[in-house]
Design a protein around this ligand. Structure first.
Ligand code: ADP
Ligand code: MG
Ligand code: MG
Length: 210
């Protein structure tokens, strides 16, 4: 795909809702190991609500779609992840402004803004065993592919690949942020649920852009 439009982003979010629903139990299981077991249900509730809103609203720009996603996630996901993902989508919306279409450079810029939002809100750094461990390498990969002249699909597939590896990298880590940090050393040996959901989302967006 050469560029992303409001309708292609809405379709990517519908696919994301489906993927999150399919992985609901996996995310619950991961969060049960080092948290309170609600991440899968929280995300499923948020993305399901988002699809209902997308289905009943005609939105003209990518920024408007991202803003609707943000406000729905903020009001429906709850927990730590709701405000973090909400901020991510809100910053992405602000970064694309009222552009009618997003090219590869703007997609990379939106991902960078999303990461900045998550970090501003949650104050986590790489190695704290959070979604930041998936999103940070994803943004770096997206930027380097965009700078090299890659298209939207290759930017997103590089981001998805890096996010998968970043999520896997959380397994041996001791959590320093969020609920898992209450476990101290016992949080090691488990995949962070938020890093996993971030990787799932980016994989879905990459698939949608192909
Ligand atoms: P809660 O922990 O409130 O139940 P969720 O289970 O929905 O919320 O989300 C947990 C996920 O949120 C974690 O796996 C982690 O990736 C992410 N998270 C928690 N705190 C932070 C933070 N300060 N910065 C970034 N991500 C965080
Ligand atoms: Mg939880
Ligand atoms: Mg909770």
């Amino acid at each position: 795909m050469a560029t992303c439009t409001a309708s292609s982003i809405a379709d990517a979010l519908r696919s994301a809702a489906q993927v999150i629903t399919e992985h609901r139990d996996e995310l619950v299981r991961l969060d049960r190991e080092i948290g309170d077991g609600d991440h899968g249900e929280n995300m499923k509730r948020g993305f399901t609500a988002m699809v209902s809103k997308l289905d009943s609203t005609e939105l003209a720009t990518p920024g408007a779609v991202l803003k609707l996603a943000a406000s729905t996630l903020i009001s429906t996901v709850g927990g730590a992840a709701g405000p973090l993902y909400g901020t991510a989508f809100l910053r992405a919306a602000a970064a694309v402004g009222d552009a009618a279409e997003l090219d590869a450079a703007l997609v990379a810029k939106a991902l960078q803004a999303a990461l900045e939002g998550v970090v501003a809100r949650g104050k986590a750094v790489v190695g704290d065993k959070t979604m930041v461990d998936a999103l940070t390498p994803a943004v770096a990969a997206a930027e380097s592919v965009a700078e090299a002249g890659g298209d939207v699909a290759s930017v997103l597939s590089a981001a998805a690949e890096a996010a998968d590896q970043g999520a896997e990298s959380t397994v041996p880590l001791v959590a320093r942020k969020g609920r898992a940090s209450y476990l101290g050393e016992r949080s090691a040996g488990h995949l962070d649920p938020g890093a996993r959901s971030t990787a799932l989302l980016l994989r879905t967006f990459a698939g949608s852009a192909r």
